[in-house]
Design a protein around this ligand. Structure first.
Ligand code: NG1
Length: 465
């Protein structure tokens, strides 16, 4: 039987090397032990940025760069995990009902997040098989390409396979998306869904609540140039604080709009949109502007008054409690109107983008991507000078559209190009951006033409020996 799509000869060879390491490193896993390899790709988002945690649609592609985890059962009932990259040291931890996290920023917290997610999903089970695992990540980290989702998805799938557990892909995506909250980011579910449901040569129109996906064929003449600004979007530090702040701002906008429109049970902007068939962004933004000041104090006093709830109740609901509590810098006000304007207008752009991409209207797709970047820079305030610069060079080189991709605050940009123009776009970025910031350096590893690739899957390495 041939392995699932995505497992080409190189990926299989990688998996076999990792399996050899699993065997060599753990005599309990030696000999005939069953070894699984899970492969999960990163993703690049074409459009629909900072909409997923509002339950609103996104349009990413899974990319042809992946993380592979090889895993064998061990009798110790523990997780032992090594990384093929010696920069990340090995970790070992017990499988418990509540797995305590390592220090913030530790790579293996994503492994713990995945294992915890599976344990929580199958909470009736108690006899877990431990796993000896070796990880090889080829999705560039901190570049907006979701290396974290590639790691959590591959770990969760390998651990489930060892424990003879199976879920539908949509269910796995929901489970892993939620599990990443373990690392303290209140992310939506885009990355995990894209990694699991990716399809070769297709973008994915993903909707939430409930999660559903429609594959949108990429026109044959379209290519994606992804370029890393090399400004580190460090998800465990200040970027996490900014990201979580945006989540709070969007949630508040939703609650205020819900109240103004007399809707029950609104917690995210997606609830508002779904309750208003025929909605449009401009009208909703106008309603919000009429209902509340554009900015509210971060101590949540005004917001609590507007919503008719106590400040402490609102605080607990929005920021959470315990170790995962969001710490808000209260010196700056919360931007309600601008954030909502981005999310709602971006939602219109995503819906439109899926249509024009499907119809092969690449010029229009490019314009939507440019408008998205503008909105992220002005209203969502998550671009940087460097991201704006690299986007500009991509456009000057002939890209049909270019924008930051992922959370922003650094990381990568994505440019949509006609296949005939890809070299010129890369050349423009090399000369205008990399050569000026990194004179004399070779930029080959910093930018690439990426292709929409297959989603995650697990293979039994004995069957594919
Ligand atoms: P990146 O920065 O690519 O990890 C993050 C979130 C996504 C989504 C985007 C913004 C994580 C793990 N992922 O992506 O869910 O909200 O930002 O659209 O935080």
């Amino acid at each position: 039987m041939s392995p699932p799509d995505g497992w080409d000869a190189d990926e299989l060879a990688r998996a076999k090397r990792l399996a050899a390491r699993v065997r060599a490193g753990d005599d309990r896993a030696s000999g005939a032990a069953q070894i699984f390899a899970a492969r999960a790709p990163g993703r690049v988002n074409l459009i629909g940025e900072h909409t997923d945690y509002s339950g609103l649609p996104v349009l990413p592609v899974a990319i042809d760069r992946s993380t592979i985890v090889a895993a064998a059962a061990n009798a110790a009932g523990e997780i032992e995990v090594a990384n093929a990259d010696p920069a990340w040291s090995s970790r070992r931890f017990a499988i418990e009902r509540r797995i305590p996290p390592y220090q913030t920023g530790d790579w293996a917290n994503y492994v713990k997040a995945a294992i915890q997610g599976v344990i929580d999903r199958f909470s009736a089970r108690s006899n877990w098989r431990g796993a000896s695992m070796v990880v090889d990540g080829r999705v560039p980290p901190a570049a907006g390409l979701s290396s974290s989702a590639a790691l959590t998805v591959s770990t969760a799938m390998a651990f489930m396979a060892l424990n003879e557990l199976e879920l539908e892909p949509l269910e796995t995506a929901t489970m892993v998306a939620r599990s990443e909250w373990y690392v303290g980011t209140r992310a939506g579910g885009m990355d995990q869904a894209a990694s699991i449901l990716g399809r070769r040569d297709h973008a994915l129109f993903i909707e939430f609540d409930p999660l559903r996906v429609r594959a949108v064929k990429m026109p044959a003449n379209a290519v994606l140039v992804v370029a890393d600004s090399r400004e580190i979007a460090d998800k465990s530090g200040t970027v996490r604080a900014e990201y979580n702040r945006r989540v709070v701002e969007c949630t508040l906008a939703a609650r205020i709009l819900g109240r103004a429109l007399k809707l029950d049970g609104v917690t995210i902007l997606g609830d508002v949109v779904r309750a208003q068939p025929g909605w449009n962004a401009a009208d909703l933004v106008e309603k919000l502007a009429a209902a509340a000041p554009a900015r509210l104090d971060a101590a949540l006093k005004e917001a609590a008054n507007l919503l008719g709830v106590s400040q402490s109740e609102l605080d607990a609901e929005l920021l959470g409690e315990g170790s995962n509590r969001i710490a808000l810098d209260t010196k700056r006000p919360l931007e309600i109107l601008k954030r909502a304007r981005h999310v709602l207008s971006e939602t219109e752009r995503v819906i439109h983008a899926a249509e024009v991409l499907e119809a092969g209207r690449l010029d229009e797709m490019g314009k939507l991507m440019n408008a998205s970047h503008q909105s992220l820079a002005n209203d969502f305030e998550c671009s940087t000078q460097r991201l704006d610069g690299i986007v500009e060079y991509a456009r000057r080189g002939g890209a049909l559209g270019a924008r930051l991709t992922g959370a922003g605050f650094g990381g990568s940009i994505v440019a949509l190009c006609d296949v005939a123009d890809a070299d010129a776009v890369i050349e423009s970025i090399d000369r205008g951006y990399y050569a000026k910031l990194y004179p004399g350096a070779a930029p080959e590893n910093w930018r690439a033409v990426l292709h929409a690739g297959a989603g995650a899957s697990v293979i039994d390495l004995r069957a594919n020996a």
